[in-house]
Design a protein around this ligand. Structure first.
Ligand code: COA
Ligand code: AMP
Ligand code: ZN
Length: 436
């Protein structure tokens, strides 16, 4: 059967002028709708703005930024623009020490999200005859349910393998004839490692042709290496829970920048210090406004992700702007094994133990093909040689940190004075992970 090239031709093939007219229409509707949210109602009043203040796309700049702190401050439901009874799902970030963040969804939001991500997967050539396997964590990780519903909507046979147990992932890949996998780039390397252990040749023994890689920064070299190892085409997928999840921006077959769906989002790039727009094509912090969300629209949300808009048209014909691959963050968030972690979460757990001092160092490393975190933390008193007491303490700290950040760290208790004392602001995180 011949399939058409576009999943949503009516949106994917819009000319710039049509796209911008649609954005303005949806922005105005969104701003009116946001007045149902106690947070935005107050924000607009404080800034002497009304929905009528927004008459052009340029007027967006009059609206103050929304930040992750705003989400924390209004935890759990203070940002909702609809009554709670209209919401059918929420996704929450990890963390129990500070307020986590919550994103609410109506059924319409979930449908639109699935549509956007199905559009992305169609764009890279996936079709109903494909078998799609998802190695994201399910539950609160938006990569789980997000890809699940989108792949089903596209019509693929979908294998909700979830994270971990790589041998089982490989059994699914070989037995079910999986043709496309969603994995974070570092996990793709782990998949290959286990293939080698089991004597599986991806080209000979599997039907794999596509990998969707995202959720953590990676280089072009890393992509090429994954492609070579597994004999696939690998496409960069960008998303964030605050915008819904995966499906915000995605590479097309050109593999040259990620199209951001401008019928869903308005993108700005600003200097993270001055918050002024940067000149076209320069790297800055990405700021996103949702224009197609019902439960919890966000206006000028500071993503903290650093990127730039690539100049020029894309040969694929889509006029939705292209983002360069992410260059890093303008805050101290770490992404390990596809999980977002703020060092303060670790600090807050450590500081609850009276046996521990104030000095600690987080090291991120790649051993074999696994990314891991080691936390060295100084003991409060002189080093005790009561080995069993230290063992119990180490186990308890590890457990509490895992509960907080969702990944298991190696905790090492060290004598006071052993860790380097840095002048001024302490360097708490050393990232020695292998970058290809
Ligand atoms: N995706 C899939 N599997 C992963 C993974 C990831 N991001 N990171 C690690 N794993 C695998 C490991 O390879 C290991 O399996 P194996 O030994 O059979 O190869 C298993 O999960 C456990 O890993 P380990 O490092 O021992 O566990 P942890 O306790 O530190 O981490 C995870 C726990 C893996 C469950 C947690 O990191 C997680 O849920 N990650 C997925 C996050 C995610 O889906 N992000 C995408 C959002 S779009
Ligand atoms: P989450 O809200 O858990 O989905 O995490 C979102 C964050 O993951 C983003 O803000 C980025 O920092 C990061 N991220 C997601 N996709 C990518 C990608 N393709 N490349 C680099 N970083 C990414
Ligand atoms: Zn393109």
């Amino acid at each position: 059967m011949e399939y058409p090239p576009f999943y949503n031709p009516e949106y994917e093939t819009l000319e710039r002028s049509e796209l911008e007219a649609l954005q303005l229409k949806r922005l105005k509707e969104t701003v009116v709708h946001c007045m149902q949210s106690p947070f935005y109602k107050k924000r607009f009043a404080e800034n002497k703005l009304t929905p009528d203040s927004i008459q052009s796309l340029d007027d967006l700049k009059r609206i103050p930024f929304t930040t992750k702190q705003d989400l924390r401050d209004t935890y759990p439901f203070g940002m909702a623009s609809v009554p709670l009874e209209k919401c059918v799902r929420l996704h929450s970030s990890s963390g129990t020490t500070g307020n986590p963040t919550v994103i609410l969804h109506t059924q319409r939001d979930l449908d639109q999200w699935a549509n956007a991500l199905a559009r992305c997967m169609w764009m890279v050539g996936l079709r109903p005859y494909d078998v799609f396997q998802n190695s994201s964590g399910y539950g609160m990780f938006t990569g789980g349910l997000g890809f699940q519903y989108a792949a089903e909507r596209l019509g693929m046979l979908t294998v909700p393998a979830a994270a971990g147990n790589t041998k089982r992932q490989l059994k699914f890949i070989t037995d079910f004839g999986t043709t496309a996998v969603h994995a974070i780039p570092s996990y793709a390397t782990r998949i290959f490692e286990v293939m080698q252990e089991l004597g599986i040749d991806p080209r000979r023994d599997t039907r794999l042709h596509t990998l969707i890689i995202g959720a953590e920064p990676h280089s072009e070299e890393q992509r090429r290496r994954i492609e070579e190892m597994l004999g696939v085409k690998a496409y960069n997928s960008f998303g964030m829970s605050e915008m819904c999840g995966p499906g915000v921006a995605f590479e097309c077959k050109e593999q040259n920048g990620l199209h951001i769906w401008e019928d869903y989002y308005i993108v700005e790039i600003v200097d993270p210090d001055t918050l002024e727009p940067v000149p076209d094509g320069e790297v800055g912090e990405m700021v996103l406004t949702t224009i197609n969300r019902e439960a919890m629209p966000l206006l000028r949300y500071r993503t903290r992700d650093l990127t730039r808009i690539l100049p020029g048209p894309c040969p694929c014909g889509r006029q939705h702007k292209r983002l360069d691959r992410m260059k890093g963050r303008s805050d101290d968030m770490i992404i390990l094994k596809g999980v977002n972690i703020f060092p303060i979460q670790i600090e807050q757990v450590l500081m609850q133990f009276k046996e521990l001092g104030n000095n600690y160092l987080i090291t991120l490393e790649t051993s074999d093909s696994n990314d891991d975190m080691t936390i060295e933390v100084e003991l409060n008193q002189l080093f005790t040689d009561d080995y069993s007491r230290l063992q119990i303490l180490t186990k308890e700290i590890t457990r509490q940190i895992k509960d907080e950040i969702l990944v298991t760290p190696h905790v090492k208790l060290v004598p006071k004075g052993v860790l380097p004392q840095s002048e001024g602001k302490a360097v708490r995180v050393k990232d020695l992970r292998k970058k290809f």
